[in-house]
Write a protein that binds this ligand. Structure first.
Ligand code: NDP
Length: 451
């Protein structure tokens, strides 16, 4: 980091010293922008602005549980950057949600959305509400209360939220219904909607499918493929499930999945039948991954232990790793376990699942590594396609959306790969994605007079 960039980073820490996840995301980006700023010294002013969200909204969310008890959660929307389009990014409902996490996610989203090639700015939001163990009626009351404030800050041409951890089709439905009632209009203000009311085919699959399309392109640069490859996947939610499905489509063998209570290892491989069992467990019965080991023979379940224990999932020997649960789930030591297990490529399905130490281990050992802002961009890209379909008042077929998604992922890979080469860092997808995502936003910001 040169001195000017370092001073920007120092000011970010000084301004919000209690936001470690945000610092981590900013540091990772600033670390790789040096060569781009040498070419375009005036862009440093853009960087100074980009580390500060355009707007942050925080509000209270009161709701009653089924026993008539009042709960008061905190709601947020971070509208980070709208230089290239309306703010766009998911809503996360999880007890760990705070401003640091949402600012890290919103900041990442700016670069990710830019990389998709679609006109979308970056934002993120959510609440510290925990939907786990809550009845449908409780989730509905919470969503309605959350939207009763959020609705005045969003709009189809202003800010278009979507799902993230803890916010799936059920929650988007409740949120959309409340928005429609309050705003008295039917527009594509949220993505990830149900098909009958404006959702896009392939949106549920998009992040997982896109991740595997991206990883396929990475492997191809080394003459490898998913055919016959053993793959470790973490998480068992939206991203993990559809990554697993696409790995199977391409002839690979996924062997692990996890949730916050632990992970399963299935040496025989998670086949289509077992995957649909997991989808039913997680999406309909809302059960725990441990039940997989109780239901299928020869499967090991390992309970997760609190830090500083290593997550043994990453001891899995295989060709590919697709972390798809949450941030900072692979540290430096866990990355070493993957390297020892012979991993060839690691592509982030979750946002920032690898710590900076882990990324360093991969890069030093010549492992192909893709940051989430490039490899998991398929979800938001397909949200962009949902917005287009809503504006056109029409819907495309499954094949049409899937082809567009695949083309976008191939293009993001090409853009990140070639940008890294152009700036003298061949194979460095982190630098390639950061610089490519940055340049488009920077040029737009300069042209508009840095507001
Ligand atoms: P889901 O809520 O569908 O699934 C999340 C999965 O991760 C669950 O298996 C959950 O287990 C596990 N998990 C969550 N928090 C933790 C934790 N602290 N420790 C261990 N496991 C945890 O979310 P998604 O699949 O949608 O999202 C997963 C990741 O992908 C997130 O980082 C998200 O930001 C990112 N992402 C998602 C996109 C999308 O389109 N959905 C788009 C781009 C990125 P449990 O059920 O026990 O909590």
């Amino acid at each position: 980091m040169n001195n000017v960039i370092k001073s920007v980073y120092d000011s970010v820490i000084a301004r919000d010293p209690d936001q470690p996840e945000f610092h981590q995301a900013v540091e990772e980006v600033l670390d790789s922008l040096g060569p781009a700023l040498e070419d375009n010294p005036s862009h440093i002013d853009v960087v100074k602005g980009m580390v500060e969200p355009e707007r942050v909204i925080q509000f209270r969310v009161p709701w009653y549980d089924d026993d008539g008890q009042l709960h008061v959660n905190r709601g947020f929307r971070v509208q980070f950057n709208s230089a290239i389009g309306p703010y766009k990014g998911g809503l996360r409902f999880h007890p760990s949600v705070n401003l640091s996490i949402l600012k890290f996610l919103g900041f990442e989203q700016v670069f990710k959305n830019s990389l998709t090639g679609l006109p979308m700015g970056g934002g993120k939001g959510g609440s510290d509400f925990d939907p786990k163990g809550r009845s449908d009626a409780e989730v509905k009351r919470f969503c309605q209360s959350f939207m009763s404030e959020l609705w005045r800050h969003i709009g189809a041409d202003l800010d278009v939220p979507a799902g993230d951890i803890g916010v799936g089709g059920r929650e988007i439905g409740f949120l959309f219904g409340m928005y429609r009632k309050l705003a008295n209009e039917f527009t594509g203000v949220l993505t990830g909607k149900g098909l009958p009311y404006g959702g896009s085919l392939i949106r549920p699959e998009a992040t997982g499918y896109g991740l595997v399309y991206f990883a396929r392109e990475m492997l191809a640069t080394k003459g490898k493929s998913f055919d016959g490859a053993t793959v470790a996947i973490s998480g068992s939610g939206n991203v993990a499930q559809f990554a697993c499905e696409k790995v199977l489509d391409l002839g690979g063998r996924p062997v692990t999945m996890s949730d916050s209570s632990g992970y399963i290892f299935d040496a025989k491989g998670i086949d289509r039948e077992k995957l649909s069992w997991i989808m039913d467990l997680k999406n309909n019965r809302r059960g725990r991954i441990k039940e997989y080991a109780e239901n299928f023979d020869g499967v090991e379940f390992t309970e997760s232990k609190p830090e500083p224990n290593l997550n043994q999932l990453w001891r899995t020997q295989g060709d590919g790793a697709l972390p798809g649960a949450t941030q900072n789930e692979i540290n430096g030591n866990e990355a070493k376990m993957l390297v020892d297990g012979g991993v060839i490529a690691v592509a982030e399905g979750a946002n920032m699942p690898c710590t900076p130490e882990a990324v360093e281990v991969f890069q030093k050992n010549g492992i192909l590594f893709a940051p989430g802002k490039a490899s998991n961009a398929g979800g938001v890209a397909t949200s962009g396609l949902e917005m287009s379909q809503n504006s056109l008042r029409m819907s495309w077929t499954r094949e049409e959306v899937d082809q567009k998604l695949e083309a976008i992922m191939v293009n993001i890979h090409k853009n990140a790969f070639e940008t890294a080469e152009r700036y003298g860092m061949p194979g460095d997808y982190v630098a390639g994605a950061n610089i490519a995502g940055f340049l488009k936003v920077a040029e737009s910001t300069m042209a508009q007079g840095i507001l």
